[in-house]
Design a binder for this molecule. Structure first.
Ligand code: FO1
Length: 305
């Protein structure tokens, strides 16, 4: 069994590639969850559900393919600042999930319900059943990650990043068990600060990963100094993390014994090895389904050595 720490729209590609090759437990970021219009919206969990369920809108990288936005249009007409594009089909997830949670089921149980309904064989495990939100401090004030990213189009100047509620958030027993019992653990290519960082910040997760360090491999979300997608570079700089594959390797060095970087970054490998982190170089771009499986196979082969 392989455990995959996932978050963000980029990581779902590798999740899909690995899940085709092996029994997988996908530990999904909950830091970008948000309450909107009375609904609990969990974008990174849903991206994994839709991705593995064959429903993901590939063009956008989020939401349900072929979705319509009548609810959103009507909400806007109703004088509401509906800035987050909840699709009509996607709404089913948010409405039903919120209702199930209100009736006392955990986010883990609710996610398992949807995964089963959509015929997904991999386990999808929210990193926590507790609420923790990624908050961006900016020159325009503090705001939820989605407000910064979607409502404000990343325009405000980032001053810092924190995870609200993180002190009382607990990793679920399913997550800790998956980390403990997996043959290998992959940190998927996601923004280290906003997509993977919230999971690592949950009490118990770093410790559990550190115990498995030699079996943990992180895939760089950067090629050169550019993020494969999203504003990773902006967030990394504010936290004093160098926006480069070596910076990513250093960020994960306590928990990941090896990293996979793009062949074009091979020049940085010696520096990464000096951090005590093993390096593998390959083409990490995933444009097609066969790219996803190719990178998945490469990871399984390398981490088996
Ligand atoms: N991203 C956008 O850029 N604009 C949106 O309006 C938007 C809506 C949305 C709705 C549901 C969902 O699951 C994801 C959505 N996303 C949207 C993507 C979201 O911001 C990202 O998936 C993650 O939060 C990045 O980690």
């Amino acid at each position: 069994m392989i455990a995959i720490i996932a978050g963000g729209t980029g990581s779902v590609k590798l999740v899909r590639g690995l899940a085709r090759l092996q029994d997988a437990a996908v530990i999904a970021n909950v830091g970008d969850n948000i309450w909107l219009h009375g609904l609990y919206v969990c974008p990174d969990v849903d991206t994994v559900v839709y991705g593995l369920g064959g429903m993901l809108d590939e063009e956008r990288g989020w939401g349900v393919k072929g979705d319509t936005f009548s609810f959103l249009d009507q909400a806007k007409k109703s004088g509401v600042d509906a800035w987050f594009a909840l699709g009509d089909r996607d709404l089913a997830m948010h409405v039903l999930r919120t209702q199930m949670l209100a009736r006392g089921r955990t986010l883990t149980q609710v996610t398992a319900h949807f995964a089963k309904a959509y015929g997904i064989r991999s386990r999808i495990l929210p990193a926590s059943d507790d609420e923790t939100f990624t908050i961006i401090s900016t020159d325009a004030g503090d705001m939820h990650l989605q407000e910064f990213w979607v409502k404000n189009a990343c325009r405000p100047k980032v001053k810092g990043v924190r995870y609200s509620g993180i002190k009382s958030a607990r990793a679920t027993s399913q997550v800790l068990d998956a980390i403990k019992s997996a043959d290998r653990i992959v940190i998927a290519p996601g923004n280290p600060v906003s997509s993977i960082g919230p999971t690592l910040a949950i009490k118990g997760v770093k410790k559990a990963l550190a115990r498995r360090r030699k079996d943990v491999v992180a895939v760089s979300p950067l090629i050169g100094r550019q993020a494969v997608s999203g504003p990773a570079v902006k967030y990394m700089a504010t936290l004093g993390i160098e926006a480069s594959p070596a910076g990513v390797a250093e960020f994960y060095s306590d928990v990941a014994g090896s990293v996979v970087i793009d062949s074009r970054d091979a020049g940085t490998s010696a520096r990464i090895r000096r951090l005590g982190v093993e390096v593998h170089e390959t083409n990490i771009t995933m444009r097609t389904r066969s790219d996803e499986v190719r990178l998945g196979r490469y990871l399984l082969r390398k981490s088996a050595n």
